[in-house]
Design a binder for this molecule. Sequence first.
Ligand SMILES: Cc1cc2nc3c(=O)[nH]c(=O)nc-3n(C[C@H](O)[C@H](O)[C@H](O)COP(=O)(O)OP(=O)(O)OC[C@H]3O[C@@H](n4cnc5c(N)ncnc54)[C@H](O)[C@@H]3O)c2cc1C
Ligand SMILES: *[C@@H]1O[C@H](CO)[C@@H](O)[C@H](O)[C@H]1NC(C)=O
Ligand SMILES: *[C@@H]1O[C@H](CO)[C@@H](O)[C@H](O)[C@H]1NC(C)=O
Length: 362
Amino acid sequence: MSNPSEPNFLVLGAGVIGLTTALALREEYPTAPIQIVAKHFPGDRSIEYTSPWAGANWCSFAHDNGPLEKYDEVTFRKFEQLLQEEGESTGLGKMGLRGVFDGPIEEADILTEETGNIWYKDLVGGITPLSQKDLPKGANFGLDFKATFRINTQVHLQWLQHRALTTGISLHRAHTPSLTSLTTLFPHTSLILNCSALGSLHLTDVHDTNVYPTRGQTILIAEPEVPVQRMYIRTPKRISPECTYVFPRPLGGGVILGGSREDGNWSGEVDWKLAGEILERCVELAPELGSVEEVRERVVSHNVGLRPSRKGGVRVELDRLHNGVPVVHNYGHSGAGYQSSWGTAYRVLELVKEALGPRAKL
Ligand SMILES: Cc1cc2nc3c(=O)[nH]c(=O)nc-3n(C[C@H](O)[C@H](O)[C@H](O)COP(=O)(O)OP(=O)(O)OC[C@H]3O[C@@H](n4cnc5c(N)ncnc54)[C@H](O)[C@@H]3O)c2cc1C
Ligand SMILES: *[C@@H]1O[C@H](CO)[C@@H](O)[C@H](O)[C@H]1NC(C)=O
Ligand SMILES: *[C@@H]1O[C@H](CO)[C@@H](O)[C@H](O)[C@H]1NC(C)=O
């Protein structure tokens, strides 16, 4: 029997954001009923479910000297703790990263304006400029990050789900037409967490027309005989359609080659011309991958994912349904859902406490 004085949480969405949010709730409310309702769960592969398709790594886009930097910092530190306590079975690993930039540093969107610094320099164990001889042809400057996170998304999502199950969080597969109808299906709900990403397409409650997809394509290849020793990114600036990246995944998870960015395109079809270009760009950036022909033979899959983007950025906000049930929104993470997962989830916790008032916490 559940304790009637305990809040009853309903999390909509089982991507990295819904799962992480549910685990953050569990840390604060050790015995409260928490239920995750979603159409897709870890193991599913659908264009409507973005999380499996991420690269993924931690390389902050934030330079606001504010909440966005904070989300990423909190996540980095939490990843560190999880890796130390539970090792790579979390799907998290660390590795050096080489960033190569084709434009001047002032235009690369990596410096925090107020300080003129790269805010995460110490977090990643130091950043060293690349010498001229190590710069590829045409590049403007390069930076070596000592060590940052790389994520085997397949393993990390399963790990989050397993942790949810072993801490008494229940899972319920359903496609809900609206948040309000969830409160009919689960009448004891005291608070809803809206972690539905691009699910706005299907929710009939007040549509957030600021939400749109940013289509991204990648290639997963099998590990070369000599494992790749670092991650690579090459780009004119931090967020760019021309960003090329090579992320070896932990736990022998192969290597992800990317990428692309196209705003407003919902297509889940592989663009084969683009796939060929990605492959060539990656081989040029990381010649240790082998020749284009050799890499082609190691292709495991071609992948398309839709980053849940939002005009105005990620929405972490307290709101209320017409029937009075409070909702905390946590969606619109675009290309940063992994690297900001714990930071946004802990911000959600603060809003949950605000909504429920001091008495709700036992
Ligand atoms: C190519 C690519 C590379 C990326 N690289 C990185 C990276 O390096 N680092 C990084 O941090 N991020 C990266 N990302 C971004 C990251 O993948 C996303 O930010 C993140 O996966 C978003 O997670 P989410 O939980 O919000 O959404 P999703 O994973 O899409 O989950 C949404 C959930 O809501 C459920 N849902 C929605 N509507 C309904 C409904 N009406 N009824 C029931 N269930 C519903 C879905 O079934 C699903 O469970 C990348 C993304 C792409 C595509
Ligand atoms: C829930 O989130 C979606 C985005 O996924 C948004 O469009 C929708 O408006 C939110 N629901 C409510 C009731 O605010
Ligand atoms: C969306 O992307 C697909 C695959 O690259 C492409 O074929 C299609 O033309 C694009 N659609 C639009 C509207 O641009």
